[in-house]
Design a protein around this ligand. Structure first.
Ligand SMILES: *Cc1c(COP(=O)(O)O)cnc(C)c1O
Length: 420
């Protein structure tokens, strides 16, 4: 991404030198480029040209208020999966009429909040959830707009933890069940069926699964319309992948290639298209800035111990995910078969494993690239580590958009009871 570039050998974000940010804010720190977020969003918008559409941002990918506000101001909608995300999305300024609510386990309180905010629609994932929505809408005197999340039964070829559209996934209902639920909704007083939803997984690197799934779901849209349902939205989900491993991932489908490949099915549906991209919009717009604490040689292996750990960036430990690691400054020398690890007391705590890594000295800065999606949003306080700061850069200006946590934040809400 051009938004991250070198000047005099030093890595910058939109003109701001990363060493300056590290000196002022400390490390580890997530650094986001406003322009990179905007460019990815606009790339999606351009891809859908000629269709009636709305690009919703999957809030779980990066739920920082500044990131959300940026996207809300650009006109994006929001795809949420919890009451907490609804709270954030509304605070960030998303128009509730542009918010869609997915998730297999929406609680009563979450459904009531969604009804109260008059969100665009609930993506319903089961018969029980549908009954719950009807009951709660009735009690609260509301009309609930819903889309049925169908599981089109395709394999995506990605990691099993991020694949959601195959037959044995907890998400959605089968096409057959969806037909049954649609029939039942006709007898409901407070639920209006206005859409079909699907989301088959994340970091999908091929077009075929999308083409297959969207074609099946589009047929369901047509079928439900023929049966007299007023379907107005076809939500095709997210899942467009980005290249994380620059040597091996090769070229991934662009938004334009993706939309062109599914355009016949989108057009055939004859309704407004919603998409819910998270990773594609945010991943490459962020990096995790970290400082080398120690170098360590152990037998044949070289370890670089950084002040960032699995609690800050979980993807490598959780999915075996690859992130490129770049020196912020320095000579460009490499150390081979090296691990970049954090200080957390788990062997699974690594950022990069068995790689050619920058031959950095203690106190040098490293940048873990493409960490803008599912980075901070998956961070935890494991090992009682305060979560990192977040910074946004826009055209040379930068601001802390989330303070580094303090030790006092670690014990917030904890109580030592009187009987101790
Ligand atoms: C996670 C999720 C997305 C976003 O997936 P990306 O791979 O980040 O684009 C979209 N829709 C739903 C329902 C999700 O759960």
């Amino acid at each position: 991404m051009d938004e991250f570039h070198r000047e005099g050998g030093v890595l910058h974000c939109e003109g701001a030198p990363l060493p300056d940010i590290a000196a002022s804010v400390g490390t580890p720190t997530y650094v986001y480029s406003y322009a990179a977020i905007e460019n990815a969003y606009l790339e999606l918008v351009d891809a859908f040209a000629g269709l009636d559409f709305m690009v919703c941002f999957a809030v779980k990918a990066n739920s920082n208020l500044a990131v959300l506000r940026s996207l809300a101001s650009m006109g994006a909608g929001a795809d949420i999966v919890s009451g907490g995300e609804l709270y954030r999305a509304v605070r960030a300024g998303f128009d509730p009429k542009k918010i869609v609510f997915a998730g297999v386990g929406k609680t009563e309180a979450e459904i009531v909040s969604g009804l109260g905010e008059r969100i665009l629609l609930f993506n319903v994932e089961s018969a029980s959830e549908l009954e719950n929505i009807e009951r709660l809408a009735n009690i609260h005197g509301k009309k609930a707009r819903v889309a049925l999340r169908v599981n089109p039964g395709v394999e995506t070829g990605t990691h099993e933890h991020i694949s959601t559209g195959h037959a044995e996934s907890k998400f959605g209902v089968t096409v057959e069940e969806a037909r049954g639920l649609a029939r039942r909704i006709k007898g409901f007083k407070c639920v209006e069926l206005i859409g079909v939803h699907q989301h088959i997984g994340s970091q999908i690197s091929k077009l075929e699964p999308h083409v297959e799934a969207i074609s099946r779901s589009s047929a369901l849209v047509s079928e439900l319309k023929e049966r007299g349902h007023d379907i107005r939205f076809f939500n095709i989900g997210g899942g467009l992948g980005v290249p994380y491993d620059y040597e091996n991932d090769g070229e991934l489908p662009t938004p334009a290639q993706f939309v062109d490949a599914v355009r016949p099915s989108l057009e055939a549906s004859g309704v407004k298209i919603l998409c819910e991209m998270g990773r594609y919009i945010a991943a490459r717009a962020g990096l995790l800035l970290t400082r080398v604490v120690y170098r360590k040689e152990s037998g044949v292996k070289s370890y670089i111990v950084s002040d960032a750990a699995m609690n800050d960036l979980l993807r490598p430990s959780l999915y075996g995910a690859h992130h490129e690691v770049a020196a912020v400054a320095g000579t460009g020398g490499k150390v081979s078969d090296a691990d970049l690890v954090g200080p957390v007391c788990e062997s699974g705590d690594f950022i990069a494993k068995g790689r050619d890594l920058p031959d950095s000295a203690e106190s040098d800065l490293l940048a873990v690239l493409d960490a803008g999606a599912y980075g901070f949003s998956m961070a935890s306080n494991y090992n009682s580590r305060p979560r990192p700061a977040e910074v946004m850069v826009r055209n040379g200006n930068w601001a802390v958009v989330r303070e580094r946590e303090h030790y006092s934040d670690l014990v917030k809400g904890e109580v030592v009871p009187a009987f101790l």
